[in-house]
Design a protein around this ligand. Structure first.
Ligand SMILES: Cc1ncc(COP(=O)(O)O)c(C=O)c1O
Length: 381
């Protein structure tokens, strides 16, 4: 069997081990410590935001943001439908109600027109959402200049789920800095990983300090253990922050590598009419986290056939996220789209899209193999 080619495996090439050894040598194995502080400062400094809080996951970052905003049982929260469940599960931790918003074709992210439709409807019902979770999919920002003014007009705070878009820019401004809160994930498949981890960022330093308090079991300042509120054990360990710091030091090179992978796919499939790659609007500077191929409506090859063919060569690929409004667990949640024909953009992307190997450790030869296997399915008889 050929060596497995993964979608986006961790890639340890910098000073990760050096930083981790620093934690061991100084015996800072416990959660928190100097590497956590350094990691938070490195991210907030580079993206240009006042405050950052390193956490055990991206999901916990979204949870704390929702808690700070004050989502209570029965409150509504809007969220992009085309995403991973970590974006919206925390709404349910607070017993909130989800309304899912469809994607636009240009960026695959939240459709501003569908968002407007949902806000108008919510206002009419006197049930405006407590928050809007805008997801930046596959390393690319949503169209913030069309989304933010809408949310502002209705007085609804935005949580920018930048789990997949660390290092990306929207019109020159860093991904994760647009909402009241931004959240990142350092899960194993992300461009920067700590094996598992996340970060909450904001220009509201007070808000970050409150979330820091909740993330350490809401422990009051006292010699003994004193608690007036319910807290969480959500902090990132000093050891893992060492991995994150080493990874983050190389983010620019990682983006460059991912971009070259994406560019090669675009070129390699440019003569196959049935295939296009995930689009990049001119206002977007993505981190190219995952390259995604999209098959056209009348393609004689189905995405499942591409997946199976790649699998037969031990190459990993994965369908585009299954939209949340199609998930059995969210069957009762409302979904808003601007499509008039009963379909939706997010469903269409799920049916026709396939994520293909995009890891920074992908060799040229391995990428050639991926390309060759895919191209073989489209050979004219
Ligand atoms: C868009 C998106 N949101 C949220 C998450 C949740 O992050 P985590 O796995 O670190 O909890 C992820 C990925 O893992 C994600 O891709």
């Amino acid at each position: 069997m050929d060596k497995r080619i993964y979608l986006s495996p961790p890639d340890i090439t910098g000073r990760e081990i050096e930083h981790v050894m620093e934690a061991f040598n100084s015996n800072w194995i416990a959660p928190l410590g100097p590497l956590v502080d350094k990691f938070e400062q490195a991210v907030s400094g580079k993206i240009g935001i006042k405050s950052a809080l390193a956490l055990s996951s991206g999901t916990s970052a979204i949870h704390l943001a929702l808690k700070y905003i004050g989502v209570n049982p029965g409150d509504t929260v809007f969220c992009s439908s085309l995403t991973f469940s970590g974006s919206c599960n925390p709404v349910c931790y607070e017993r909130g109600e989800l309304v899912f918003i469809d994607s636009e074709r240009e960026s695959w992210n939240m459709c501003p027109l569908a968002l407007e439709k949902a806000l108008v409807d919510a206002k009419r019902k006197n049930k405006l959402p407590k928050a809007v979770i805008v997801v930046n999919l596959y390393g690319q920002s949503a169209d913030m200049d069309r989304i933010l003014p809408l949310c502002e007009a209705y007085g609804v705070p935005v949580i920018e789920d930048a789990a997949e878009s660390l290092g990306a820019y929207y019109k020159g401004r860093s991904s994760g800095t647009f909402g009241m809160f931004g959240t990142f994930s350092f899960n194993g498949n992300k461009i920067v990983t700590t094996s598992g981890g996340g970060m909450l960022v904001s220009d509201n330093e007070e808000a970050i300090e409150k979330c820091r308090f909740w993330s350490t079991q809401a422990r009051e300042k006292a010699i003994h253990y004193e608690h007036k509120e319910i807290g969480y054990n959500y902090r990132l360990s000093n050891v893992l922050a060492g991995i994150g710091l080493g990874q983050y030091e190389q983010i620019d090179q990682k983006i460059e590598k991912k971009k070259s992978i994406y560019d090669r796919y675009v070129k390699a499939f440019s003569d196959i009419e049935e295939i296009s790659m995930n689009p990049i609007p001119d206002w977007s500077e993505p981190n190219y986290w995952l390259s995604v191929l999209l098959l056209c409506q009348d393609s004689h090859v189905k995405p499942s056939e591409v997946l199976n063919k790649l699998q037969s060569y031990n190459i990993e690929s994965r369908p585009v996220w299954k939209p949340m409004h199609l998930q059995p667990v969210f069957a009762d949640s409302e979904f808003v789209t601007c499509q008039l024909n009963g379909g939706s953009v997010s469903e269409d992307l799920f049916q026709k899209g396939l994520c293909i190997p995009s890891g920074t450790s992908l060799s040229r030869e391995d990428q050639d193999k991926v390309i060759e296997v895919i191209r073989s399915l489209f050979k004219k008889p």
